[in-house]
Design a protein. Structure first.
Length: 214
């Protein structure tokens, strides 16, 4: 499955630019072309316990004076016990999460052959980083991929939390899965804008920069 996710684009499929998320989306995990440590999640004050999602997208704030990151995680769960463990990491009662972006990851380009390092695409950063970028997680959404039999059992007997989304694992493993209309529609509902009936033409405090279309 990670091989399939590795081919996905820098922006989560199905999520369009909006005034709720006008900053930069970057794919943090997985990235087979990345030769350095990739970003991870952790709880404040914890140095050892890290969360390494199978897939991780980061949306960075467009304003240096209001630093934050939104996360979209993708977790493949081969068993019910695995699902329970991974659900607990993102439970609303867990408390604040931090996203840690290592310096060497920030200095690398988003794709081989590019001369532009990642940090220049992040409007939260206004100078070359000398230390890891550690940002509070403003919003967390998680896509859980389950084996077909587990998926059908979960759908028929359980209720998802507001930040949770579910799909059969086959949908992620299919070649070109990021172009699957049903999967794109599901992920579109994981966008911050999806919680609102309509958005204003202009958001208060928005810096006026053009919305990213990467």
């Amino acid at each position: 499955m990670r091989e399939s996710l590795d081919r996905w684009p820098q922006r989560p499929p199905g999520i369009e630019p909006s005034l709720k998320q006008p900053g930069t989306w970057l794919k943090a995990r997985p990235d087979s072309a990345c030769t350095v440590h990739q970003p991870y999640l952790k709880l404040p004050g914890s140095k050892q316990l890290k969360t390494l999602p199978d897939g991780l997208y980061l949306h960075f704030s467009p304003r240096p004076d209001e630093p934050y990151v939104d996360i979209l995680c993708i977790e493949a769960c081969s068993t019910y016990q695995n699902l329970l463990d991974k659900r607990s990491r993102f439970a609303p009662s867990t408390g604040s999460l931090l996203a840690v972006c290592p310096v060497d990851w920030l200095m690398q380009p988003i794709r081989p052959g590019s001369a532009i390092p990642r940090w220049r695409l992040i409007r939260t950063i206004n100078h070359e980083p000398r230390a890891p970028l550690i940002l509070p997680v403003r919003d967390a959404r998680v896509l859980f991929a389950l084996r077909p039999q587990h998926y059908m059992g979960f759908v028929s007997s359980q209720t998802a939390h507001a930040h949770e989304f579910y799909c059969p694992m086959d949908a992620l493993m299919d070649e070109g899965g990021d172009q699957n209309p049903a999967l794109r529609a599901l992920m579109a509902r994981a966008a911050a804008a999806a919680n609102f009936m309509e958005l204003p033409a202009r958001a208060e405090g928005w810096d006026g920069a053009p919305l990213d279309k990467d």
